[in-house]
Design a binder for this molecule. Structure first.
Ligand SMILES: [Zn+2]
Ligand SMILES: [Zn+2]
Length: 216
């Protein structure tokens, strides 16, 4: 039987330290993000929104890496701990962009994800200075300088960009078959590519292979 001795915790691992006064230095992304939540809290409070305690991590949205899904907030009901959980995409690396996404997700937390991007969400978002279509609402001209100042206070975001291949390109090039006569198209399943293109149900002629039939 072996016992596992926990490695000595470095007491400063989670705490900000800095050579430059006024600028924090976090070694953990979550510590940076949680500090960001606390720096953003007065903004919410000043507009009379109650910002709950949240867990924030770097991670992919459950919807994957589709364009635009750079953050995700989960309702308290989704968690056994009854805590909102927020994920910020590892593709984001600019501290202001991270804070911008964080504000958006925190608006969902204030609403406990009850109204998606509906008018209740919009009311909170606009009051804080978010602009644009609500699905992708981000900081407007008034909020951006505030986020910039907060980013400076937080110091470097301890995360290097993760390069994730775009699924869109792959999808666009997915193997399909198209009828030269009527234009009818069908997506092909990988395991049936060896069978060749199917027969058009309209014209009863062999369809043409389009997209990438080789690498699938
Ligand atoms: Zn949203
Ligand atoms: Zn046809």
């Amino acid at each position: 039987m072996t016992t596992h001795t926990p490695t000595q915790q470095t007491p400063r691992a989670n705490a900000p330290s800095s050579d430059q006064p006024g600028i924090a230095h976090y070694s953990l992304r979550e510590a940076w993000l949680l500090a960001g939540v606390e720096l953003l809290r007065p903004l919410f409070t000043s507009k009379r929104h109650i910002l709950p305690d949240c867990q924030v991590s770097v991670g992919f949205a459950s919807t994957g890496n589709r364009a635009g899904h750079i953050g995700q907030c989960w309702s308290t009901g989704s968690s056994d701990a009854q805590v909102n959980q927020i994920f910020i995409s590892p593709a984001l690396v600019d501290p202001v962009a991270v804070l911008d996404t964080l504000v958006h997700e925190l608006v969902h937390a204030v609403d406990d994800c009850k109204h998606k991007h509906g008018k209740e969400f919009k009311k909170i978002a606009l009051s804080l200075g978010l602009k644009g279509p609500m699905r992708s609402a981000g900081a407007g001209a008034d909020l951006l300088p505030k986020l910039l100042a907060l980013a400076q206070q937080l110091g470097p975001y301890p995360h290097a960009q993760l390069h994730v291949p775009s699924k869109r390109l792959v999808i666009r090039n997915r193997p399909r078959a198209q009828c030269k006569t009527c234009g009818y198209q069908v997506p092909m399943l990988k395991k049936f590519l060896a069978f060749g293109p199917p027969i058009c149900p309209q014209d009863k002629v062999e369809m043409e292979a389009i997209g990438n039939w080789d690498e699938f």
